[in-house]
Unconditional design. Structure first.
Length: 233
């Protein structure tokens, strides 16, 4: 069954109907980009995306507009749920990334791209195309993808090296790096401690990493005290 303009109009009508004013106000305060926000909660969007992905999702992607935060988020979700080759995933990701202008769409999109586990070497090569991008959310995309899929086994050292060295003067790249390093701390404490002890990060990312580590209930009180002592004044 082909996805039609009528179907898309029904979708935008549903977005209006599912709008939650309190959630809209809350989400607007999180600075999730410049697009209009309906205020639809993520579980509802996931259900909508799954239905689209099970039908004519390519037709949906051709008709999809970027008129709202939710419409762009749905596109990213559909790309995660739809069945396609890894090669097509990379092609469609490259086309989608210019639309990513906030942390919420970036992070939700990354978490849904579980298909990349089919070949992490190919995925790594694709990600490194964006490692030196001048665009803030291209680089956040790289860091969050490394956090979600590469902080283990033979990829850990290389992933940490990229996270440490990637440009992160912008807030949302720095915060992603801190989040990724705090996640890595739970997997290999010694390697992340060494990064902090050797002062390999800029001051802001260094201190944000320590804060994210200390916020975790999985980090011991002894390590929290140790980390606090490593904070740059």
């Amino acid at each position: 069954m082909n996805y039609t303009d009528f179907d898309y109009k029904i979708l935008t009508t549903q977005l209006r109907q599912y709008s939650d004013e309190k959630y809209k106000e809350f989400h607007s305060g999180l600075k999730v980009g410049s697009n209009f926000i309906y205020g639809v909660r993520i579980p509802i969007l996931r259900r909508m995306a799954k239905r689209i992905a099970a039908l004519d999702w390519r037709g949906f992607m051709e008709l999809a507009r970027d008129d709202s935060y939710e419409e762009i988020l749905l596109q990213g979700m559909v790309l995660g749920y739809a069945k396609m080759s890894l090669e097509e995933t990379f092609e469609r990701t490259a086309a989608f990334l210019p639309k990513v202008d906030n942390w919420a769409i970036c992070d939700t999109f990354c978490s849904g791209l579980k298909r990349v586990r089919e070949d992490l070497y190919e995925t790594w090569a694709f990600l490194m195309r964006y490692e030196t991008s001048p665009k803030e959310f291209d680089r956040r995309f790289v860091v969050v993808m490394l956090m979600d899929y590469f902080l283990e086994g033979k990829f850990l050292d290389q992933a940490l090296d990229v996270i440490v060295n990637i440009r992160k003067e912008e807030y949302y790249v720095s915060m992603a790096a801190a989040w990724a390093l705090a996640t890595a701390f739970l997997k290999d404490r010694e390697k992340v401690l060494r990064i902090l002890e050797e002062s390999r990060l800029d001051k802001e990312t260094h201190n944000r990493t320590i804060r994210k580590c200390r916020e975790s209930y999985r980090v011991s009180e002894e390590d929290k005290a140790l980390l606090q002592d490593l904070k740059i004044k």
